[in-house]
Each structure stands twice: as C-alpha cells, then as structure tokens.
Design a binder for this molecule. Structure first.
Ligand SMILES: *Cc1c(COP(=O)(O)O)cnc(C)c1O
Length: 432
C-alpha cells in the first residue's frame, strides 16, 4: 500500500493550510496522523492519490447516502450546471426543494436554505432568541452543532476528538449564556430548568447523537425536553443535520413522534454539495427578514447546483424500501463485526440506529458523552489503522459514526467483516 504522494502532499499542505487540512478531523491525528488525500470516488469506494481504494464508511461524513457519484444525482447536477452556476436570484428548484422538505417534516411549514449545517444552527439560535426575547441556550455534552461561537463548549465531533473542552476565542459572555448538561440525563435537565427555565431561549439537541459516536437519545429524555420547553416557554431545536433523511424520509422526529419548534438540516439535503436548512412553523419563520426583524442571508444560499444534488438525492430516497434496504445491510454488518470482536476476545459496544453505527472500545453501555469518553481510543486507533491497511475506511476518531450508503454491496460488507476480524486480532494481540 503506497502512501508517498499523500505524504508529500501533506508535508506541503502543512506549510500552506493550518494543520494541512480545512477541517480538523481530516488530519487523522487521533489515529496516527497520516491523512488520506482522495482523488476520486464511485459508489461505496473512495480512491486516494497513491492509487489505494477503500470501502468508505465516511460517505463524506454523512451526505452521500446514495453513494459517491450516483448517476441520477450527477445527471441532475450536470443539467443544472449547464444552465449556470449561480444567479443570486430565486430559482424554481429552491421551491421544489422547500416543498420536498416541508412535506417530509410535519413540524416544518416553512424552511430557509443556507450553505452549511453551522449556518443552520447558528441562525436557528438567533431566531429562537429573537422569538423568545431571551438569551440562554441549553445544550448537551457530546452533541455537536457546528462551529458557531455559542455551540463550542463541551461539544462533540472534532472538539471531542482533540479534547478541546472550551474553544479559544469564544467571548466569555457567550459561554456564560450557554448551559451544557449531560445527554440522556432527565433529572439533571429538569433540575436545571427549574432554576433557569424562564431565561432559556432554546434547548438544542441531536435526537440521535452522531458526534460522540452514535448515542441514541432515549424517548424519556427527548419527551422531557419537549415538556419542559412547553412549560417554560423555550423553543426546542432538533439538530437533524445528520439524522435528517438518514433514518427515514424525514427526521428522527418522525420516528419518535416528537415535534420540535425548529429543525436544522444539512449533509444529506445537499447530496454532497454545501447546503443547510432550518425550518419550523410559519408563524415563527415569518420573523426572518424580509418579513420580520431577524436578519439572515447568503450570497450562495439555495445555490441551484447544490439544490439539484439535494433534490435528486431526496427523490431517490423517497421510495420507502430504500431505508429498509439500508437498515438490513447495516444490521448484517454490525452482526458480523460483533461476532468477530467476540471471537477475538475484544470488548466492544456497538451502538447502531438505521444506517449509522459506532464501534466503541469499552465494555459497558454508552448512553452519554461521559461514557463514550471512557472508550479506549488507542485501541480504536489500532483498529482503524488495521482496517485501513485492509482497504476499509472508518472515521478517523472514536467519536464519530460510520455511515452506510445505498451503494454498499454484500461483497463490501463481507470484506469489511473479514477486515474487522483481523483488526480485532491485531488489537488484542501481543504488544498491544
Ligand atoms: C455536521 C454537523 C453540523 C455542522 O454542519 P456543517 O455543514 O459541518 O457546518 C451541525 N450539527 C450536526 C448534528 C452535525 O453533524
């Protein structure tokens, strides 16, 4: 397995781009620090500049649920591109996209498109603060809501990977108006709301957390959030940037039967292009400019090429069997990995929901960030490296989720199970 070109590019990149990367986890430093420079991808396979190929469980961190370069998505993108890349004017496809999203989410009557998940959550919080006239934000440790200032304490994803408890450069006044509580802990949440409830603008949560590894929110916990928000007049924000269109045609909220006040979307709705979205009841969304006093804008918002990728992806997913197919494949893979771990005598817990899963290197359950953090990250790094040697690409951090796509085949899955078998033997082997 050659790595010379990737190594050379990384050396050069480090002199030009901070850490050599445009998003921290891509540096692979939590698993040994040799990043992959991708050259192309097709279906479930990604290829690097050294000519290696990998069965890809990143799927660009979630967006590519249809697989890389899906013919229908690509055709839709090419068609849009032929008409022009951006106009800074309204287009028909934005209206079509808004129709698809509002049809899929009963709690979303109106939706505004932006260019990233970060913009979606940041704008949702601004809207919640404006609508309630309050400032306090309640969030949960291990959840990640993008990199806007207010969300960067005790957050998941890259901050978990690099052990950054509180991001530098965030004004202390903002940090003071953010309350971070343990995930899935109803009594701590209710006690906190008893004291600050009337000052809370919004409670934001990943209903199925993906950014501390996969940790599903319990029905009891999520219902308690809904009830407390009703009682104290705070808005409930579901950050469904990962879960939107990942678990069903709609969000985790459809499966849970809990309606948030604001829903944030990203990743899949862009079909591999930069798109985010946030939406809710019309009455609330009308607070946004130009109708209302809450300003939010974007030069490239609703970009027609990105919308074309999103619309094509959602159309593909609309056929219900797609989700059944994804779940069946994922269950088969998870079963295989679990068996191989047992055979090798390695303690792991695999959390899985729909087509997402995380192999945690620990023996007890993982229900919150505190438990996720007790995982043996060094063992994960060895597991990751061995998988990579065997042409399987897992996320380069314990605190992320694997994603399957429609393009993963039975053969990909059995190759992955075999690779996991040898990786577990390596983890448990002498010298480890
Ligand atoms: C990825 C992610 C974001 C941020 O989206 P970007 O497009 O990376 O800005 C926000 N929330 C959740 C739950 C995410 O997984």
């Amino acid at each position: 397995m050659g790595t010379a070109r990737s190594k050379r590019l990384f050396r050069k990149a480090r002199g030009l781009i901070p850490g050599g990367v445009n998003s921290p986890v891509r540096a692979f430093s939590a698993v040994g620090g040799e990043p992959i420079f991708a050259s192309r991808a097709r279906g479930a396979k990604v290829y690097d500049v050294d000519g290696n190929s990998y069965v890809d469980y990143l799927c660009s961190w979630g967006p590519l649920i249809a697989g890389h370069g899906h013919p229908q998505v690509m055709a839709s993108v090419r068609k849009a591109l032929a008409e022009g890349s951006s106009f800074g004017l309204s287009t028909a496809i934005e209206v079509e996209m808004a129709q698809l999203v509002t049809d899929a989410f009963p709690s979303v009557e109106m939706v505004r498109f932006v260019s990233s998940g970060t913009e979606a959550t940041m704008s949702a919080l601004r809207l919640a603060r404006a609508a309630t006239g309050r400032e306090v934000l309640v969030k949960f440790s291990g959840c990640y809501h993008g990199h806007a200032d207010s969300f960067l304490s005790a957050a998941g994803s890259g901050l978990a990977t690099f052990g950054i408890p509180q991001c530098a450069g965030v004004p202390s006044s903002l940090a003071r108006s953010t309350l971070t509580l343990p995930y899935n802990d109803v009594s701590t949440f209710e006690r906190a709301m008893l004291t600050v409830g009337r000052k809370v603008a919004a409670v934001i949560v990943e209903p199925v957390a993906g950014n501390m590894g996969v940790v599903p929110g319990t029905l009891k916990f999520l219902r308690a959030l809904r009830q407390a928000c009703n009682r104290y007049g705070a808005l409930l924000i579901f950050d469904e940037v990962i879960t939107g269109f990942r678990l069903c045609f709609g969000g985790a909220q459809n499966m849970l039967g809990i309606a948030p006040d604001i829903t944030c979307l990203g990743k899949i709705v862009g079909g591999g292009f930069p798109v985010g979205a946030y939406g809710g009841k019309a009455r609330l969304m009308k607070e946004l400019a130009p109708q209302g006093p809450v300003y939010q804008a974007g030069t490239l918002s609703g970009n027609p090429v990105a919308m074309a990728a999103g619309v094509a992806t959602l159309r593909l997913l609309k056929r219900k069997s797609r989700y059944a197919e994804l779940e069946k494949k994922t269950a088969e893979l998870v079963r295989g990995i679990r068996e191989r771990a047992r055979e090798a005598g390695v303690d792991v817990v695999i959390n899985t929901v729909g087509s997402m899963f995380t192999v945690f290197f620990r023996s007890g359950e993982v229900r919150c960030y505190e438990e996720a953090k007790e995982s043996d990250t060094a063992a994960y790094a060895r597991f990751f490296s061995k998988l990579k040697e065997r042409s399987v690409l897992f996320p380069p951090s314990q605190f992320e989720t694997c994603f399957l796509s429609l393009a993963h085949t039975k053969r990909d899955i059995s190759a992955t199970v075999d690779a996991a078998g040898s990786a577990f033997r390596f983890v448990s082997g002498p010298g480890s």
